[in-house]
Design a protein around this ligand. Structure first.
Ligand code: ATP
Ligand code: MG
Length: 440
């Protein structure tokens, strides 16, 4: 992409309304624009990152055996009346009336909708296990939308729903999602801590919130210091028994502050750390709650109908954009992990119009493009300082800077955004270094 042909409305000033780094940086980097409280447009750079995150989530859901579907954003009130949540959900639900005076709502989540799909088609345990997910916009009329897209009113969520014959089988489904979440977040460069969460009134349910550590997190987290050096999950065989893997991770202490009891903490004070966390995912086993209320039953091996056991599994796809920035930035701007970076490399031409610089920058740009790195060419007519600052701001992993002084000596400058490493080498060596992702 040539920056002169792109839409990247960078802000020089720090927006006053933004209280946390990710919100500030997303506005300054021209990623989003507020439409109304908690509702945002995604501009080209933001949309690109959002798509990359979404794709990682999708790939890992597919690998774990979940099937992608797409349910609507607008749902009929009747479904929620059946489950009893139409009244319970309260003011967070955006209620809509259509031209025929039918009560509708903008979905805050989709348990009812998916249960309706299930009961319309499936009657036998032989169809199980089944896990279906979608990646769809949700609306929750949050009391305090804030921190940009981190707590929005409209936000993109991946929500999966599992169906099993009994609680033991449901645990297998739960464990698959548990482990796949660790891998999903690891691919984004994040260490996510699964934290035992409230399970509501029905005892014996399982629930974990996945949180990443960040000063600006909304909840306090007490955790074992070994969380800071656990191995990230990179490879999983979903056919094996995952319980030992889950046990290994859940044996390391992690609790939200309201669930942490200092008098009965199983680990020593020396091992205990407290920091703040951002919730990026939440998995839940709730048994027959919706299936019983909505008549989603299957006949078991003995021919008797039983309500199906369900779980639901959310990931805050749009929240992750902010979460990753909270976890990875400095005072100059965003530092994207390679896997979600909007562009793989930037070629900065410090002197557009100069024949030598143009030729060298254009050549590097073409070669990076051919190599599939999706480069950005900064060919704007701007001050060199402003160009370099904006590349730091938008956080592209590699920058190759082409300027007239360097070209006189046959060199360009290569900068690695994360490590700060800077070297002056020939354009060819620069290309090789970037393509090899060769960080000193
Ligand atoms: P929170 O406690 O942060 O309100 P929640 O428990 O209401 O979250 P879930 O219903 O479990 O959230 O939704 C699944 C995921 O969707 C959450 O883990 C979070 O990452 C994301 N999410 C929830 N609410 C919002 C929001 N208002 N804006 C952006 N993402 C959200
Ligand atoms: Mg909430």
């Amino acid at each position: 992409m040539r920056l002169s042909q792109y839409f990247l409305p960078l802000l020089k000033e720090t927006p006053k309304e933004a209280q946390i780094a990710s919100h500030r940086l997303m506005l300054r980097a021209g990623m989003i624009q507020q439409s109304s409280a908690g509702i945002y447009s995604w501009l080209p750079l933001g949309k690109k990152v959002l798509d990359k995150i979404e794709e990682i989530v999708r790939e890992e859901q597919n690998r774990a055996g979940a099937l992608e579907i797409l349910m609507p954003t607008i749902q009929p009130a009747e479904l929620w009346q059946e489950s009893g949540r139409y009244d319970d959900y309260g003011a967070e639900m955006l209620r809509i009336r259509d031209r025929h005076d039918r009560d509708m709502l903008y979905g805050p989540t989709n348990e009812e909708q998916i249960t309706d799909i299930f009961r319309s088609h499936l009657r036998s345990y032989k169809a199980l296990p089944l896990n279906m997910y979608h990646i769809q916009w949700k609306f929750r009329d949050e009391v305090r939308p804030r921190f940009g897209i981190m707590r929005g009113r409209e936000f993109l969520m991946k929500d999966a729903y599992s169906f099993d014959l009994d609680a033991d089988k449901a645990r297998v489904a739960y464990n698959k999602m548990f482990v796949s979440y660790l891998k999903t977040f690891a691919r984004m460069g994040l260490t996510a801590i699964p934290m035992e969460a409230d399970t509501g009134p029905i005892g014996g349910d399982m629930s974990h919130e996945f949180i990443i550590l960040a000063e600006t997190g909304e909840s306090g987290v007490y955790f074992h210091k070994d969380w800071l050096n656990t191995d990230l999950i990179t490879d999983i065989d979903y056919d094996q028994d995952l319980q030992p893997v889950v046990d290994k991770f859940t044996s390391l202490y992690a609790r939200a502050d309201e669930k942490h009891d200092p008098d009965n903490c199983p680990i020593s004070a020396a091992d205990l750390m407290v920091l703040r966390g951002i919730e990026i995912g939440h998995i839940f086993y709730f048994g027959e709650k919706y299936s019983a209320a909505m008549g989603a039953t299957v006949s078991g091996p003995d021919g008797k109908p039983v309500p199906v056991h369900m779980g639901s599994y959310g990931i805050g796809v749009s929240r992750l954009v902010g979460g990753i920035i909270e976890a990875s930035h400095d005072d100059k701007g965003i530092i994207w992990p390679d896997s979600v970076a909007p562009f793989g490399a930037a070629v900065v031409n410090l002197k557009p119009g100069d024949a030598v610089c143009e030729a060298a920058a254009g050549d590097l740009y073409e070669k990076l493009m051919k190599a599939g790195l999706d480069p950005l060419l900064d060919d704007r007519d701007e001050r060199p300082g402003a160009k370099l600052a904006s590349m730091d701001l938008i956080g592209i992993p590699w920058q190759i800077v082409v300027g007239p002084r360097g070209m006189d000596n046959g060199v360009v400058e290569v900068k690695h955004r994360k490590s700060g490493e800077t070297v002056e080498i020939s354009p060819e060596s620069a290309l090789n270094k970037v393509l090899a992702n060769d960080i000193a």
